[in-house]
Design a protein around this ligand. Sequence first.
Ligand code: C2E
Ligand code: MG
Ligand code: MG
Ligand code: MG
Length: 287
Amino acid sequence: TVKAAGRGRQCLFDVAIERGFAARREMEEDLHAAVAEDAIDVHYQPQISLATGLPVGCEALARWEHPRHGRVSPADFIPLAERSTLILALGHRVLARACADAATWPGSPRVAVNVSAQQLLENDFVERVTAVLAETGLAPGRLELEITESVLLKINADVLDAIRTLRRIGVTFALDDFGTGYSSLSRLHHLPLDKLKIDQSFTSAMETSDEARGIVATIIDLACKLGLATTAEGVETPSQNAMLRDAGCEQGQGYLYARPMDAQACRRMLGEAWPAGPVPPGLAQVA
Ligand code: C2E
Ligand code: MG
Ligand code: MG
Ligand code: MG
């Protein structure tokens, strides 16, 4: 079960922390090898239009099956990769794989790919992205890059330039986990973006907290005034789906609609007949 797996993972990392530097170093080396062997897998989670109930995109999520320890959560190995330049190679592999997979999807939905601040700060980032688009034949308008608020702290003229250049050719940018980081409204105002992703902590608190509902309504209002779209993360219940839709949120992503799934399952899911409606019937069973 998920819980048992979660506990297992916790144990592994508790042990790693206890054993300290050597164990972490070993995990880092194993991750390095996995990236070099292209053994990092990419799963996809659909993003649903709350107005139509239809999938409009999928987020690419890195997956690592450790040869001895089993599945390691990206919440653990992404920060590990970000401690060194390993995130550059890892991020590039995920981008290349995601674009290649998305190029084969029926209905031409978007693919959203997480990019770390380090990637964005690389001076050949634009060239790398455009090369992947050219190699895979994916239309730039179908690629969305998800950046976190940590990027806002490192924003400079070159980064702004890179974002502007990519947006000009049609690539879109979403600000991930919005509301949990350091973004000041003035920085937000200067960042050329297309979408805010409402963090799942707000989504999950909506049903029980007036404050959380207020925050969500305010984020949607802010996004609207800045000309940005909104996607709510971590939608797990029909009532969250309804509240978000009524508040004017455009898209939802979460276990209610589907869990992340492998590339094959994702292509199959996108090819199915989708009955339009507030909650896609049977979709939660797909994964
Ligand atoms: P994220 O970008 O915010 O991705 C959403 C996370 O929420 C995913 O976790 C997804 O599986 C999970 N999720 C989706 N729906 C639900 C739900 O209804 N309930 C709950 N409780 N969780 C839900 P995942 O796959 O474990 O990824 C964790 C984080 O790791 C991601 O958060 C992202 O920040 C990072 N990450 C994953 N892949 C990559 C990558 O290729 N590059 C970079 N830089 N970061 C990545
Ligand atoms: Mg994301
Ligand atoms: Mg997110
Ligand atoms: Mg998140």
